[in-house]
Design a protein around this ligand. Structure first.
Ligand code: WT7
Length: 651
């Protein structure tokens, strides 16, 4: 693709509207704009009644709720008094139907091996492991850390925890042992479930070794359960560590606990504006309702579909749209362990062709990588099974949207660009594929029952096409309930920036048709390849190195990853800047947080530009990082004294 064509195309794309294809709309759950608008109107008139209607018709409750919503701002409780179990909803209720023998999960390992679990088989595995947890002393309300590769045991562990009312905390397998320590200690987890290792681009990621390191500093952990995955040598601590497969004899009879609708289902850590990751707490009934309904309508699930969300379960996308949403709907979900370019750049397309995948949900960063690798890879494969495409995680540029539409969707698959966050639990702004005309780059409008807006800092709605802050103005079922152990921060972070509304942390504008265009984070959070990182976290990792005096981290635009991480570092007296030290510091961040946080660029400076009150001038650093201004030899110190003038402008 020459850059000339690219530009013209993306310009055309901006003004274009893509209507749902008739063949698609006819068979869709929500078939037309009229139907969608009717749902929106119904929800607007009485949101509680709207959500309650679907809670009743779509979910299994042991006992119905007394009150739909208890809203004591900023704390919401949904379906108060109701008794429910998400594991029951994802498994048991399908067992009395023909779906008992339907594939629930089709898993493919990076090396190509596959495992299929029917609903019946998955139920058996979940019950068995739930009994194992009970035997290990895990009781309702206890926290269990899950640090696993993308293998069926991860979904099994989550559902097993949910079954007995233990709260799971999944920690992405790419995080380092010190990230594990922080997260395990914050939630005081009693048990850790891990594996000897996992595979990524043919190499083993040694998970158990990282856990061993972490468990030296996590007094709350009594037990570690280890899945045999790679077969590599691991240390097993007598009395503490147990092989998953040796616990296999435990009985499989484990009725699902009847839990309060507000019972804590999971904690998932995400980056914020301070160095300490936030434990986002989600509960059961409301979370299940919104993940269930969004999965059904947005991915337009049909019983004969194979649905594939490529996210790792370590992120919220995997929680809601690999595990809970699809299984609650009785769908067949594909799980793939490895990298998209292993062994070759066509792995995704090869998987789609071989499994006849119908629905693909992936990230813009992946799409941009596919564009770079060349369209010959997807064109080699029969992708005709696909009928619907989705994206999530960051704004999609119109050019990438068009490529996805043409090369992957063959101009016949609707694209759903879904905006949401770890905190929102489920999709919030999205097209419905059979109803909403789409514009490349826009997530279109809020899901029925969701009330959003774009506001100024002082809480006034802005006009059409004016930029502002994206907010949610009404509580929604799958909203976070708090930050685990820090309710003050919850109130401060989300409900006090603009009093009375939920502050998402994204900039946005609404166009003349009311379509939302997300402009990206407006706080010190960087979105790197769809993964969220706090600049403060990376800075404190850098400063923890003995050679570093001060550090400032900013994002710069990156064609592939959306944003790249640029770190400016000043050294302790006597330390000399060198390429070796630069590399050492980059690796240090990878060790402290995980490889995903490793700075792409690291620059030494004699001092960081600051305002007279001592605040680091990030805007300036962002400009420098982006424009390359004052870039010198990487080993020379940058002299910011030349920026004195700019410095006074900032104040
Ligand atoms: C942030 C949330 C929720 C799934 C994965 C990310 C950005 C997410 C979109 C989209 C533009 C998006 C936002 C948001 N984001 N989806 N469709 N268009 N931006 O979850 O790690 O909690 O990150 O991702 O900036 O605030 P997360």
């Amino acid at each position: 693709m020459s850059s000339a064509t690219t530009n013209i195309e993306s310009l055309q794309a901006e003004g274009r509207i893509f209507n749902p294809p008739d063949e698609f709309a006819e068979k869709a759950h929500i078939k037309s704009m009229a139907e969608l608008e009717a749902l929106r109107a119904e929800a607007k008139a009485d949101p509680e009644k709207f959500w309650a209607r679907f809670a009743e018709s779509e979910l299994h409750w042991f006992k119905k709720w007394d009150e739909v919503l208890k809203w004591e701002p900023p704390h919401a409780q949904w379906f108060v008094g109701g008794k429910i179990n998400i594991s029951y909803n994802c498994l048991d209720r399908h067992l009395g139907t023909w779906r008992r023998n339907k594939a629930a999960l089709i898993w493919e390992g990076e090396a190509g091996e596959t495992r299929t679990l029917t609903y019946q088989q998955l139920h058996t595995e979940v019950c068995r492991f739930a009994n194992v947890l009970k035997e290990m002393g895990v009781a309702k309300g206890d926290r269990v850390a899950l640090y696993l590769p993308l293998i069926p045991e991860l979904a099994i562990s989550m559902l097993a925890c949910a079954r007995i009312g233990a709260t799971h905390s999944v920690i992405f397998g790419g995080f380092s042992s010190s990230a594990l320590v922080d997260r395990i200690n914050d939630a005081q987890c009693k048990v850790v479930v891990t594996a000897d290792g996992g595979y990524r681009r043919g190499k083993e990621v040694k998970l158990k070794a990282a856990v061993d390191e972490a468990l030296k500093e996590t007094p709350s952990v009594e037990t570690c359960i280890v899945v045999f995955r790679t077969g590599s040598q691991v240390h097993m601590e007598a009395g503490r560590d147990h092989w998953w497969h040796l616990l296999e004899t435990v009985n499989t009879d484990c009725p699902a606990e009847e839990l309060d609708s507000e019972h804590p289902l999971f904690i998932l850590y995400t980056s914020g504006t301070t160095g300490k990751p936030k434990g986002i707490l989600h509960t059961t009934g409301g979370y299940l309702l919104q993940t269930h309904l969004t999965t059904k309508w947005i991915f337009d699930l049909k019983d004969e579909d194979i649905y594939w969300c490529t996210a790792d379960i370590g992120w919220v996308t995997g929680h809601s749209y690999v595990v809970y949403g699809p299984l609650s709907n009785g769908a067949t979900a594909l799980m793939y362990e490895g990298a998209p370019n292993w062994p070759q750049a066509d792995r995704f397309w090869e998987i789609i062709e071989r499994h006849r995948v119908n629905i693909l949900y992936t990230a813009p960063t992946a799409i941009r990588a596919f564009i770079k690798w060349g369209e010959e890879w997807p064109l080699k494969h029969d992708l005709s099974s696909l009928r619907l495409l989705g994206t999530v995680g960051e704004p999609i540029n119109p050019e990438a949207w068009m490529w996805y539409h043409r090369i992957i969707g063959k101009e016949k698959c609707p694209i759903v660009d879904t905006w949401w966050q770890t905190e929102t639990g489920a999709i919030m702004i999205t097209p419905l594929p059979g109803a909403t005309p789409t514009k490349p780059g826009s997530g279109t409008k809020p899901f029925p029952g969701i009330e959003a807006d774009v506001m100024t800092r002082d809480g006034k709605s802005v006009g059409a096409n004016e930029g502002g802050y994206l907010v949610i103005t009404k509580p929604w079922p799958s909203m976070l309930r708090t930050i685990y152990g820090d309710d003050e921060r919850y109130q401060q972070q989300y409900w006090s920036q603009i009093p009375g509304v939920y502050f998402a942390g994204d900039g946005a504008r609404k166009d003349q048709d009311g379509y939302y265009w997300i402009m990206g984070r407006i706080d010190d959070v960087i979105n790197v390849a769809g993964h969220r990182l706090g600049t403060a976290e990376i800075e404190s990792a850098l400063v923890s190195h003995e050679a570093v005096a001060e550090a400032a981290v900013v994002a710069k635009p990156d064609d592939l990853k959306g944003s790249a991480i640029v770190a400016f570092v000043t050294l302790e007296g006597g330390r000399i800047a060198s390429d070796a030290l630069k590399e050492e510091l980059r690796q240090h961040v990878a060790r402290e947080i995980g490889a995903l946080a490793r700075p792409d660029e690291l620059r030494f400076a004699d001092a960081l530009p600051k305002t007279r009150s001592g605040k680091i001038m990030r805007r300036l650093l962002r400009e420098i990082a982006t424009s390359g201004l004052v870039a010198g030899d990487v080993t020379t110190l940058e002299d910011f004294s030349v920026l004195e003038k700019l410095r006074s402008e900032e104040e």
